[in-house]
Ligand binder design. Structure first.
Ligand SMILES: NC(=O)c1ccc[n+]([C@@H]2O[C@H](COP(=O)([O-])OP(=O)(O)OC[C@H]3O[C@@H](n4cnc5c(N)ncnc54)[C@H](O)[C@@H]3O)[C@@H](O)[C@H]2O)c1
Length: 443
């Protein structure tokens, strides 16, 4: 099928390349000219496993192309996917300006039937607004053309986005007519061969399904962090507790890790946007407010532990940080817990020496103008003469540190394991004090 994708970010690119991979003829559009130019040269503007391979292969097969022209994108498409950003606005609501701008431009050029698929995460009612915006432009031009709007939220996770898109657990489709259903079936048929994964529903339920999934997952994380805070106070070990409760099949092991709080481009903004939207409809979200509150507090936890360890004397200390991205296998630092820690450390006059396999360029963009912040190509380069090492993001290369080397290289022997992955007994053998989240320190 002829498909256009508007917005060449994580979601737009992975969806576009994934749909091209199964044989659709995909044209991706973005207003960012540099991004489009780099994509045309086969260079990925995002750090995402296996994406560049899909990009190059499908571009070479002439099934994937790029443009900055909305007119060309609309003309190309039988179905057009909107995958632009919906960043948080000042008041916590989802900023829909990109989505509505796209709708307006579509209405300005549309002259043949089109299925419009909203893949961006949007509050309930947004598809209606998109439909009205397009219709308004068509009416202004006196153009009579039929089009449908469908909701098709994306559930891919950064770091494993290609795999998640190519092997989805479910494909949620909110539709308003049988024609949309037919086209969506055709688009997703190659992903639906093994067993039925498509859930057709009304548009509003589809829009809410996306927020509900993120709300459920974020709630598990915040609840686990709250339990970790209790564990610290009562002398229990949250890791033992995690294993104990995860064994209950009603609970399971996924998304119950205590840590430095959730970050990224989705959970924080989506929880706030859902609460905001509920408030607009006269309902105060007690649980979601608490999920957000616990998360904001939890993001300061690593700094608090360091302050305790250094008795409030962090000025002039060298603090090494391993892991900057909000999670492993991505370069995305949006709302990452590392940022709260870095900013607090710089504020009190400590120096930050950081390493991350993918996010150092982004970190330099954010903090490069501060002399007290540096990045190092090698994880052990960051720990040379450090007073403490903090593990913030659990990239695989940090799981088995060379404690002997760290003990020789560091100025003081304080480790803070923000992900509860290091064996405390191995670290203490080398003289380290090993602090963690929700478990007693070991020394
Ligand atoms: N990143 C994720 O893991 C993820 C997962 C599921 C859903 N989502 C949702 O998908 C949407 C996109 O997220 P993302 O992370 O891919 O965003 P992103 O910020 O990485 O990319 C958005 C892209 O849209 C482009 N854009 C903005 N305005 C435009 C316009 N008028 N015309 C054309 N292009 C325009 C930007 O230049 C940018 O390249 C959001 O609603 C997000 O909540 C994201």
């Amino acid at each position: 099928m002829q498909i256009s994708v508007i917005g060449c970010g994580y979601v737009g690119l992975v969806s576009g390349a994934g749909l091209a991979e199964v044989g659709h003829n995909v044209l991706c559009m973005d207003i960012d000219e540099a991004r489009i130019e780099s994509l045309r040269q086969g260079l990925s503007p995002i750090y995402e496993l296996d994406f560049e391979e899909l990009l190059v292969e499908n571009s070479n097969r002439d099934r994937l192309a790029f443009t900055t022209s909305m007119e060309v994108a609309v003309d190309h498409a039988t179905a057009l996917i909107i995958a632009v950003g919906t960043p948080p606005a000042e008041d916590g609501s989802a900023d829909l300006s990109h989505v509505l701008t796209v709708a307006r431009s579509i209405g300005e050029t549309l002259s043949k039937p089109l299925l419009l698929i909203v893949k961006s995460t949007v509050p309930v009612g947004t598809c209606d607004r998109v439909r009205s915006e397009i219709q308004k432009q068509l009416d202004a031009r006196g153009e009579k053309v039929s089009f449908s709007v469908a909701s098709n939220p994306e559930f891919l996770a950064e770091g494993v986005a290609v795999k998640a898109f190519m092997n989805p657990d479910r494909i949620i489709c909110g539709i308003e007519d049988q024609h949309s259903k037919k086209l969506l079936r055709k688009i997703y048929a190659p992903f639906n061969h093994n067993h039925e994964k498509i859930f057709f529903m009304d548009i509003r339920s589809s829009e809410l399904t996306k927020y509900s999934a993120n709300a459920m997952l974020a709630t598990r994380i915040s609840l686990m962090n709250e339990l970790a805070n209790i564990a610290e106070r009562v002398g229990a070990d949250i890791e033992q507790v995690r294993r104990g409760i995860g064994s209950d099949p009603r609970i399971g092991y996924l998304f119950i890790y205590a840590g430095p709080g959730y970050g990224g481009a989705c959970f924080p903004k989506d929880i706030r946007a859902l609460s905001h939207s509920a408030r607009e409809h006269g309902y105060e979200t007690c649980i979601l407010n608490a999920v957000e509150q616990v998360n904001l507090q939890q993001k300061t936890r690593l700094f608090e532990i360091l302050q305790d360890e250094f008795k409030g004397e962090l000025a002039g200390k060298n603090i090494a940080i391993w892991g900057l991205a909000f999670k492993p296998k991505t370069d995305d630092m949006r709302e990452a817990p590392s940022r709260v820690l870095i900013e607090a450390l710089l504020e009190v006059g400590a120096s930050v020496r950081a390493h991350d396999p993918a996010a150092m360029q982004e970190a330099l963009r954010l903090y490069g103008n501060n002399d007290a912040f540096s990045v190092h190509d090698d994880p052990y380069g960051a720990t040379k003469d450090a007073d403490a090492l903090v593990l913030v993001t659990e990239w695989k290369l940090y799981w088995v540190p060379d404690f002997g080397r760290l003990a020789t290289d560091m100025r003081q022997t304080i480790l803070l394991d923000g992900r509860n992955i290091w064996p405390q007994d191995a670290a203490t053998e080398y003289g380290f004090t090993c602090c963690a989240i929700g478990r007693p320190s070991a020394s």
